[in-house]
Design a protein around this ligand. Structure first.
Ligand code: UD1
Length: 428
């Protein structure tokens, strides 16, 4: 297993280019199963999660060609050969649940071992199943064997549906199931994330008829057949936010290229409240944390366009270094404060009560042995390590490598002293 060694690297300076979005590319790859023609996906980030998705797609019958050097993946599926993804792969990535919608639409059947991924709360899939059921699928849950199955041998039928919570994955899965259903589907209270819009744009290029993506109501007119399409994945807004916060926490000066400011509005607003200077220029987003003392602010995570839960731990690391008291409230996931213990080991002053954390800064941070408890928490402790005295050893970095392309290389290119080493048993 690998670990990262992070040393104080204040301030970060230079420019960095944002990769394609992890959370956009995964559903788009799954959606490629909906046609027998070739789908060409561009700006694909080189990530462990993308490798896992390629593997799962091959296992269910897709011919997947990866041109990683050029960040492209080509997917073509003559016939679905398996309607179940192997547990060994599913447990490595929760997003594998996104295969259910396309498998159900194209093969009339989808079986899913209960999914894995980051350990951030219970993360049920009841809303996905509610959607499939409304579209006419029979749902069979076998808790003993740990799988759930959706069956619609005579095809799916359009329906009206209200989601109890605007779940990103459920919205995506239900859209992918509904595009080939007979008749019209209207889904209310859907997620409005940019990744949903990117998926709908891709599906519409394939011949689907989807309206309203990016609002709280989506209307889908079912079509008989979908075709191959070519698509460039949007830039990753969480990677963008991570580098913005990296500039802030190190009191640095970064030009972030290939960023879409509209997708990171809450992060921009909150960093500005703290005193960070941000300018949207032709070349990219300039983020300067070196112009004035940085101060505390309050954050509440919400579905898009609210403050993203995926930025919560990363922002908290920064708030530990800002002057004053900050409150952070997590409303999306019930167990997303695992990074607090790790940041505390480095000297951060944080008190938690239920879903609220109060951070008192600035606290002098010092290097410690810490865990990347999930993907974003991993990024949070690396950022803390960049401003800590001494060496921070971050273990379980496979979480970070699941979701950030060229993490080490990009950080080193802007002055971070960070290296990846193999962990020995004696180190643990
Ligand atoms: C996606 C993102 C993840 C992000 C999250 C919220 C991908 C691959 N992952 O995850 O990075 O943190 O959105 O922005 O895109 N829920 C239910 N029942 C369901 C589905 C969800 O109760 O059937 C709950 C979850 O437990 C959670 C909340 O809804 O509390 C949000 O989950 P959801 O929006 O579905 O997140 P994911 O799609 O899993």
């Amino acid at each position: 297993m690998a670990k990262f060694l992070v040393k104080n690297s204040v301030p970060l300076k230079g420019e960095v280019t944002i990769s394609g979005s992890k959370n956009a590319v995964l559903p788009i790859m799954a959606a490629a199963l909906l046609t027998d023609e070739t789908c060409s996906i561009m700006d694909v980030p080189k990530l462990k999660d993308v490798d896992v998705m390629c593997n799962i797609l091959s296992r269910v019958g897709a011919n997947v060609q990866e041109d990683y050097k050029n960040n492209q993946v080509f997917i073509q599926t003559n016939k679905i050969m398996e309607y179940e993804a192997p547990y060994a792969l599913v447990k490595r990535m929760r997003a594998s649940v996104l295969l259910m919608g396309p498998l159900l639409a194209r093969a009339g059947r989808a079986r899913m071992p209960l999914p894995g991924g980051c350990a951030i709360g219970a993360r049920p899939i009841d809303l996905h199943l509610k959607g499939f059921s409304a579209l006419g699928a029979k749902i069979v849950e076998n808790k003993g064997y740990g799988y759930v199955e959706a069956i619609a041998e005579d095809g799916l039928k359009g329906c009206n549906l209200y989601l109890d919570f605007p779940s990103v994955g459920a919205t995506e899965n239900i859209i992918m199931a509904a595009v080939l259903a007979k008749g019209t589907t209207v889904i209310e209270n859907v997620a409005e994330e940019p990744e949903i819009v990117d998926l709908a744009n891709f599906l519409n290029k394939m011949g689907a008829k989807i309206k309203g993506a990016g609002t709280d109501t989506i209307k889908i007119e079912g079509v008989e057949k979908l075709f191959g399409a070519r698509h460039n994945v949007i830039p990753d807004r969480i990677e963008t936010g991570t580098f913005m916060v990296a500039a802030a926490i190190t009191r640095g000066n970064l030009l972030i290229k290939n960023a879409l400011p509209d997708h990171v509005k809450p992060v921009i607003a909150k960093l500005k409240e703290c005193g960070v200077e941000i300018e949207d220029t032709f070349d990219g987003l300039w983020v300067r944390g070196d112009l004035r003392p940085l101060i505390a602010t309050d954050i509440k995570t919400l579905p898009y366009p609210g403050f993203p839960t995926d930025m919560q731990s990363i922002f908290m690391a920064f708030l530990a270094t800002a002057e004053g008291k900050s409150n952070v409230i997590e409303t999306v996931f019930e167990n997303r404060f695992m990074h607090v213990a790790e940041l505390e080991r480095m000297g951060a002053k944080i008190e938690t009560e239920d879903r609220k954390a109060t951070i008192t800064g600035p606290a002098p941070l010092s290097g410690a042995k810490v865990l990347a408890t999930d993907l974003r928490a991993g990024a949070a402790v690396v950022l803390a390590g960049l401003v800590a005295e001494g060496v921070t050893e971050v273990s379980e970095v496979y979480h970070i490598e699941r979701g950030y392309e060229d993490f080490i290389e990009k950080f080193r290119s802007i002055g971070a002293r960070i290296e990846r080493v193999e962990e020995k048993i004696n180190d643990l």
